[in-house]
Design a protein around this ligand. Structure first.
Ligand SMILES: [Fe+2]
Length: 196
């Protein structure tokens, strides 16, 4: 237990360091001062082991954070976010997230939410939107981020992308999987709607 708690705390310290050096993150939302570690109750889903077994090179950007998050994978409460009626079965096999920071996160705060998102290779996360304003920060891997007009950008580690409230966005991966932080502010209810 002590070891697990340390892993959570080392991870949060490393993310806080990132906030100190990355203006896109700190301008979007300031680092919450009221973070409280609640518990490390876990829930496994299909992507739990995919993230645990994803090793990246020590020389790559964010290798330290990637390693911490990958080690944490077995101890967090993973969520699928969608039901089979809304997305395909293979999507549910390839996608998942956990709330590291937030109102119901492993670290509690009412100021913002930070979800850790994993999307496996060769996967389409269809157009969806939500009320919260959102900033994506790419930890590792890469993906194509696209708006409803089909305009897109390939994002790689350390890059960010902002989505305003209810702005539709889609994410597609090809040869690489992607690990990202999804930071929400202003509205936290976890409703993300897929367009049909
Ligand atoms: Fe989003």
């Amino acid at each position: 237990m002590y070891k697990t708690e340390n892993l959570f705390k080392n991870t949060i310290n490393e993310i806080q360091n990132l906030w100190k050096t990355n203006k896109n993150l700190s301008k979007f939302v300031s680092w919450p001062q009221d973070l409280k570690f609640t518990n490390s109750q876990n829930k496994r889903i299909a992507v739990t082991d995919k993230l645990s077994s994803w090793n990246i090179n020590d020389q790559s950007s964010n290798s330290k954070i990637h390693k911490l998050i990958s080690n944490l994978s077995q101890y967090v409460r993973w969520e699928s976010g969608y039901y089979e009626k809304d997305v395909s079965k293979s999507f549910l096999n390839n996608y998942g997230f956990f709330e590291l920071i937030g109102p119901t996160g492993h670290f509690e705060t009412t100021k913002m939410a930070l979800y850790v998102n994993f999307l496996d290779k060769n996967t389409i996360y269809p157009l969806h939107n939500h009320e919260a304003e959102e900033l994506y920060y790419i930890v590792s891997g890469e993906a194509k981020f696209e708006d409803e007009k089909g305009e897109y950008k390939i994002l790689t580690p350390t890059e960010t992308r902002f989505h305003k409230s209810y702005e539709p966005h889609a994410i597609t991966t090809y040869k690489k999987q992607i690990l990202s932080f999804v930071i929400w502010k202003n509205k936290f209810e976890k409703v993300s709607k897929i367009f049909k």
